[in-house]
Design a protein around this ligand. Structure first.
Ligand code: UD1
Length: 422
């Protein structure tokens, strides 16, 4: 198993190019199932989750030609509609094949993803919405078995809770359904906007893109023909590098980024004393003279993202004063707290809120990554900790960060990937 060894204290400088967004690429890869022709995808991030979902497509019988950031996918040859546990258990987002498989083939079986490190993460809202569209759904043997022999039908869906994956699944299902589907209380993250635009570019009429009310006129079973899709920049990777600048007191420029998508992170870092130069597709962060504490609540886009909570906690842990961080989306997303405390942070948890008392310095220690974003918070802390920190279980990081150690080394960090001795 690999781990990262980081000698803290180096100042960072220079620029870093932001990769394509994992969370945009995953639904877009799933959406290729809506077509029986070749679809070209570019600017894919080079991360494990992307390879896992492409592997799932090949297991279904699709043809995938994937090299680093580019993939050509042809799902004209799909022979199976079963997404097996071995893949879904590696990556929850595999559930995104449910809507497209069901709407194109009238049946599918997808393993239930189960819980994960950050919480229970049910998929009840995906299933209720598909049922409202006429699907018959049974849960048996750990699988969701869904059928709609005569195709799905447009319906009015009101999500009880805003769900990113649920909105994506239903947008894809609706694209080939009969009639119009309206989704109220839809998620409106940039990743959903790109998915909707890809489907709209294929000729499906979608109204309300980027709002919480979507209306999708389905093709009544006709497969779609997609144009080439260039994946949008990863706003969470971008936010993580902003935090790297803030925590290490460094000036860093992010290239190939959409500044609008990282507005909430920029605003919070500004309130902590950092300053910014914002270009059309670049952002430069200048460090604060002295980091001020921050109060933040995680919420749906355009609010502050839960996927940036852990990284901001690492930064806040070195601010002058006490910060309050409330996690509203996932019930168990504080696993990084005890690891940050092992590095010398002073963080107390009460329910869904963390009280973060700023300390002057982190001290190196061995720490363990617990989930994708928690891992990057530990790396950020290690960049400034006194001594050598080993961050273990970095397979979490490899799921979603494209060449993190390479990009940080290029910025001047002392970070190397090593193999655990057997
Ligand atoms: C996506 C992102 C993830 C991000 C999250 C919230 C991807 C691949 N992952 O995850 O990085 O942290 O959005 O921004 O894009 N819920 C239910 N029932 C459901 C579905 C969701 O109760 O059927 C709950 C969840 O447990 C959670 C909340 O709704 O509390 C939001 O989850 P959701 O938006 O669905 O997250 P994901 O799509 O899984």
């Amino acid at each position: 198993m690999d781990y990262l060894q980081i000698n803290g204290g180096n100042k960072l400088r220079g620029s870093v190019t932001i990769s394509g967004a994992k969370n945009a690429a995953l639904p877009i890869i799933a959406a290729t199932i809506l077509s029986d022709k070749e679809v070209a995808l570019t600017n894919l991030p080079n991360v494990v989750d992307i390879r896992t979902l492409l592997k799932l497509l090949t297991m279904l019988g699709g043809e995938v030609d994937h090299h680093e950031t580019v993939a050509k996918v042809n799902n004209g040859s799909i022979t199976s509609t079963k997404a097996v546990y071995e893949i879904v258990s590696q990556m929850r987002a595999s559930i995104l094949v449910l809507g497209p498989l069901l709407t194109r083939f009238g049946e599918c079986e997808v393993s239930l993803p189960g819980g994960c490190a950050i919480g229970q993460r049910p998929i009840d809202l995906h299933l209720t919405a598909l049922e409202a569209m006429g699907a018959q759904i049974e849960i048996k043997g750990g699988y969701v078995r869904a059928e709609a022999p005569n195709g799905l039908k447009g319906a009015k869906i009101i999500f009880d809770k805003i769900t990113v994956g649920g909105t994506e699944n239903i947008v894809m299902a609706a694209a080939m359904a009969k009639g119009t589907t309206t989704i109220l209380n839809a998620a409106k993250e940039p990743e959903i906007v790109q998915l909707c635009e890809m489907i709209a570019d294929a000729g499906v009429k979608i109204e309300g893109i980027g709002t919480s009310e979507l209306s999708i006129e389905g093709t009544d079973g006709k497969p779609l023909e997609f144009k080439e899709v260039e994946i949008i920049p990863d706003r969470i990777e971008a936010g993580t590098y902003l935090c790297a600048g803030a925590i290490s007191n460094s000036t860093i420029t992010l290239d190939k980024v959409n500044p609008e998508h990282i507005r909430s992170s920029i605003d919070k870092l500004e309130s902590m004393g950092c300053t910014f130069d914002i270009g059309k597709d670049s952002v430069t962060i200048h460090p604060a003279d002295e980091l001020k504490p921050v109060n933040l609540i995680t919420i749906e886009y355009p609010g502050f993202p839960t996927d940036m909570q852990a990284q901001f906690m690492a930064v806040a842990a070195l601010a002058k004063g006490e910060s309050l961080i409330e996690e509203r989306l996932f019930e168990n997303r504080f696993m990084h707290v005890s690891e940050l405390n092992r590095l010398g942070a002073d963080i107390w948890l009460k329910g869904s809120t963390a009280a973060v008392k700023g300390v002057d310095l982190f001290y190196a220690a061995d720490v363990m990554a617990t989930d994708l974003r928690a891992s990057s918070a530990l790396v950020l802390a290690a960049l400034v900790a006194e001594g050598t920190t080993n961050v273990r279980r970095i397979y979490h990081l490899d799921r979603g960060y494209d060449n993190l150690e390479g990009k940080l080394s290029a910025l001047g960090a002392d970070i190397v990937r090593k193999k655990e001795e057997a």
